[in-house]
Design a protein around this ligand. Sequence first.
Ligand code: GZL
Length: 324
Amino acid sequence: MKRRILLGAAIAVSVSLSAGVSFADTPPLAVKDTYRVGFAQMESNNPWRIAETKSFHDTAKSCGWELIATDAAGSAAKQVADVDSMIAQGIDVLFLPPREEKPLLPAVMKAKAAGIPTFLIDRSVDSNIAQAGEHFVAFLGSDFIEQGNRAAEWLIDNFAGEKGVIVELEGTTGSSPANDRKKGFDDRILQDDRFEIVASQTGDFARDLGRQVMETLLQAHPDVNVVYAHNDEMAIGAIQALELAGRKPGVDITVVSIDGTRDALQAIIDGKMGVTVESSPFFGPLACDVMKKYAAGEKIPGWVKVEDRVFTIENAADHIDEAY
Ligand code: GZL
């Protein structure tokens, strides 16, 4: 079953609601007019993070949230400490985008022990240790394996060369989107024997590090003709590095990415990027909707899956006005 929930101005996110899981073990949430809500953001170093945080602030008033929002500046340890502080401040519910799958497990366990229901936002934690319906209520986010798979499908369908020599720029080490975008892309692309991944290195989802890593990998692999970046920030950084080296992104090298930021859509319109698979940051309204349903006793699926679109030269100009 798919439902479309209007997020932000014009972004509608279709959410597929699979069978609910029992919540015998997750802390209850009372139906109230106002809630003290913790939103423990991991960092604010890129447009995606900034758009997500704004989405929660923009939702607070209409959802009756007294929002306690923190920013861990890229430190998983600080993100855990921020959650500790929120628990001490007596939050009713926790929205947590865990920077990395393992280091954020203590935050999930402490919230549960304190009787606070947790919703994981945009990234998840190590499912071997913590599960939806027991340690946290649900994960709200995209299917990162599917995103990687769709990026590979686009490349297979649109690459005109004889041989694809791929450099892969990975996201934050140990994060669920980096792990799964790699799995989804690599498993699919290696089924087509035209392609070879000659290097794969983290750029930590950051533009400048993505640029630096691309400069280094370009030295080692001058024959590269495809870049697969786990997010647009690193893809834009890679495009900068390629142009500085005299390469022509979109002409002699194909760039494939994920997120759907404004700069990426512009790069597609300019012919420098081939595709970006959407990964929406607008989680505020969805978090409000799911939290209220949980409080009302409705069954919530362990994974509230956000459906993503694909942006290419055919539709980038139609969507750039709504991009962040
Ligand atoms: C995806 C999110 C990722 C974005 C990156 O849900 O976790 O983190 O794709 C961001 O741009 O840094």
